[in-house]
Write a protein that binds this ligand. Structure first.
Ligand SMILES: [Zn+2]
Ligand SMILES: [Zn+2]
Ligand SMILES: [Zn+2]
Ligand SMILES: [Zn+2]
Length: 433
């Protein structure tokens, strides 16, 4: 019971002011050795934390250690990810279900669950659209026993962000209704074609739900319509939530604390691997997976800002800038979208290219134990020289000589470039793969 002993220690620390500093220090040393999320107590068990204690300086007063911890975590996560190409859905449709019930005013997450949820939801939406430029998001709220449509399904991140930017319009109130909200989310996705994914991400702070009917019927319908439900619970595990995730192939997680909440929410950003692959594991491999079907897409013509103003098909407003549908030549304001007139999917080619990297990720680089004889003295990407003397103590997954090698082209990269290449560039500068 590591968690219990931790909280006992904290209690003792609170009671006597003198020993508080020591207790915190002990805990900090312990926490540094392992992953943060695993060793930290539940938020409701922990005593107050001083934010300046969570960032650690080393002996020389630099923040290198804290940065390294973060890098190691990202690297380890990457190594766990499957390196072979798998079939993923790149045209995604997601409904973000936000719990706006009175349980969200709880202060066990700072400042409140509600404020934290809004903040993370915003970050999630930005990151999600960055990684899934062909996707669309809708937002549904749950409060006062009903589901409330906050934002229609749209491919424009600004529209989604705007819909949840006004805090006072979303003020928590009443009981949540899981069934009503999921039915509403489901109905907004029922018209979607089969090649796109249908997902519901639920951020749920309540421990109750008041439903008008049998929620298991809703669950059955979700399974039938292949809607993937993932839940991020803020309080505790509820059986019905777990059942939704298990039966629809979604992910379930209970947030231990603020950082963990963010981690499990952001795990839902990359597109899910398609189910029922039959173990073939390759793109286009048949093996029980739905055979690859072709879909029609159009690349629009972009109108310059100086073009004569004309009415757009989506809002009916007079504007200069916009995109012309290549099939019916009607004008739309934003891509990606479905043409309002002829229904064709309009995407820009950079969007399509950016979605590609999920299918063929850059293979993780190996952390080198020692520098080889005759190896390059500088990072292949940024040309900064590698350290000549090996670092003393480095955590697992870090290279003591600061070199990370691409398994394909055998080029060495520095730690910063490694992270940048895998998280942002999505192509190895050495081999172009
Ligand atoms: Zn418009
Ligand atoms: Zn059209
Ligand atoms: Zn570099
Ligand atoms: Zn390479």
């Amino acid at each position: 019971m590591a968690i219990d002993s931790d909280s006992d220690m904290d209690d003792a620390g609170l009671r006597s002011k003198k020993s508080k500093g020591k207790a915190a220090e002990k805990k900090r040393d312990k926490g540094k050795a392992k992953e943060t999320a695993e060793t930290l107590a539940y938020t409701w068990e922990a005593s107050y934390t001083r934010s300046w204690d969570t960032v650690q300086e080393d002996e020389s007063g630099s923040l290198q250690g804290a940065v390294e911890d973060w890098v190691v975590r990202a690297r380890r996560k990457r190594l766990l990810a499957p390196s072979a190409a798998i079939r993923r859905t790149i045209i995604r449709h997601l409904v973000l279900l936000l719990d706006l019930s009175s349980a969200m005013v709880d202060r066990d997450m700072r400042p409140t669950r509600f404020d934290l949820m809004l903040q993370y939801a915003r970050e999630f939406i930005v990151e999600w659209f960055d990684q899934n430029p062909l996707g669309q998001i809708g937002v549904v709220g749950m409060r006062a026993g009903v589901g409330e449509r906050i934002c229609e399904m749209t491919g424009n991140p600004q529209d989604v962000l705007k819909s949840i930017s006004e805090r006072h319009r979303l003020e928590p109130q009443g009981e949540p209704s899981l069934q009503n909200a999921i039915e509403m989310a489901r109905s907004s996705m029922s018209h979607l074609p089969t090649h796109s994914s249908r997902e519901i991400v639920l951020i749920f702070g309540s421990l109750t739900t008041c439903d008008p009917g049998d929620i298991h019927d809703t669950l059955d319908t979700c399974v039938r319509q292949k809607i993937r439900v993932s839940v991020v619970a803020l309080a505790a595990e509820m059986k019905i939530c777990r059942e939704f995730c298990d039966r629809t192939g979604g992910q379930f997680g209970v947030a231990l604390n603020e950082g963990h909440f963010r981690d499990i929410l952001f795990e839902l950003v990359p597109p899910p691997a398609q189910r029922g692959g039959g173990g073939s594991g390759t793109v286009g491999g048949a093996g029980g997976a739905p055979s690859a079907d072709l879909m029609m897409m159009g690349f629009p013509t972009r109108l310059p800002d100086t073009a004569p103003p004309s009415l757009c098909a989506c809002h009916g407003e007079l504007r200069s800038a916009g995109f012309l549908c290549p099939r019916c030549m009607s004008k739309v304001c934003d891509v990606p979208t479905d043409c309002d007139v002829c229904g064709m999917m309009i995407v820009s080619s950079p969007h399509l290219a950016r979605s590609y990297h999920h299918l063929f990720p850059v293979r993780p680089y190996a952390a080198m134990g020692t520098a080889d004889r005759g190896a390059r003295v500088a990072c292949y990407a940024c040309a900064r020289a590698f350290p000549t003397a090996p670092a003393g103590n480095t955590s697992e997954g870090m290279s003591p000589v600061g070199r990370y090698r691409c398994p394909e082209c055998k080029c060495d990269f520095c730690s910063e470039c490694d992270v940048f290449i895998h998280d942002v560039v999505h192509a190895c500068p050495g081999c172009g793969r």
